[in-house]
Design a protein around this ligand. Structure first.
Ligand SMILES: [Zn+2]
Length: 273
């Protein structure tokens, strides 16, 4: 498809912007308020980038590196080398993104409480005060939207991490992904029939497809894991051409080894929005 443009490298992670990002400039809303609105849109995407770095740097604490971060017109995506399997790590990495936005909200509220708004008003800098108000709302929206408990939002990962104490990882993924698709369908139909907002229709389609892709990838990984899992110590070695396959809790089965020639040199990175 399109090749993304590299913006730079921050904390050892390449940052790209996707060419479709220019589509934003076609929206009349972006131009309606002149320079101030343009600057607000740019700042909003700066906050999206900080959100992604929240995920990436928290992932690094758990030994997971990030391939790159790409900005799209509907948000950012951090491609982690692998998905965390431990629910604690997944929970921390998922919450780190929205936490960045809530931290920005906190700082702006604190500045407001310290009288920055009044100060700006007195200095006839109402535009700056309004800009900061809008930036606060943008970050509040980003934090809350990402906490919706459905894939591919961060809330979907939070839900999976919380559910994995009760059901299997595959089941927890299917529940969060199913919720994501149901919400995307409802949102897409409402956008098409009620608000006629094509950007919202595109967002709904993206959420629908991304939740499906996430589910497939996790189910495929779990399947591969089951096949390649090693039996506990003390069990006899599988005869040539066969390997042990977990068939249930404490149940193992011998299965013929299947060889595929289409092997990937590296595991596929996992997208994290
Ligand atoms: Zn996120």
């Amino acid at each position: 498809m399109f090749t993304s443009w590299k913006l730079g490298r921050i904390a050892g992670i390449d940052v790209f912007v996707h060419p479709t990002f220019l589509l934003l400039l076609l929206l009349p809303e972006v131009w309606s308020g002149g320079f101030v609105t343009l600057f607000l849109v740019a700042s909003a995407f700066g906050c999206v980038l900080l959100h992604e770095f929240g995920h990436a740097l928290m992932a690094r604490r758990f030994g997971i590196e990030t391939e790159d971060i790409t900005l799209y017109p509907i948000g950012g995506v951090a491609r982690l080398r692998r998905l965390p399997r431990a629910p604690g790590a997944e929970l921390a990495i998922a919450l780190a993104g929205p936490a960045v936005n809530f931290a920005i909200v906190g700082v702006l509220l604190l500045l407001g409480a310290m009288g920055l708004g009044v100060l700006l008003d007195d200095a006839n800098l109402r535009v700056t005060a309004m800009f900061l108000d809008n930036l606060l709302l943008v970050n509040l929206g980003l934090g809350l939207f990402n906490l919706i408990p459905a894939f591919p939002m961060d809330g979907g990962r939070v839900l999976r991490a919380l559910l994995s104490g009760f059901v299997s990882r595959s089941q927890a993924t299917s529940i969060a992904a199913g919720l994501g698709r149901a919400l995307a369908l409802a949102f897409g139909i409402a956008a098409l029939l009620v608000t006629h907002n094509m950007l919202h229709v595109a967002l709904a389609a993206f959420i629908y497809l991304a939740s499906r892709a996430e589910e497939w990838q996790v189910l495929e990984d779990e399947q591969r894991r089951r096949v390649s899992s090693t039996p506990p110590e003390g069990m006899w070695t599988a005869p040539p051409g066969y390997h042990w396959v977990r068939a249930g809790k404490d149940v193992w089965q011998l299965a013929p080894i299947v060889v595929t020639y289409q092997q990937r040199p590296h595991p596929r990175p996992s997208s994290w929005s």
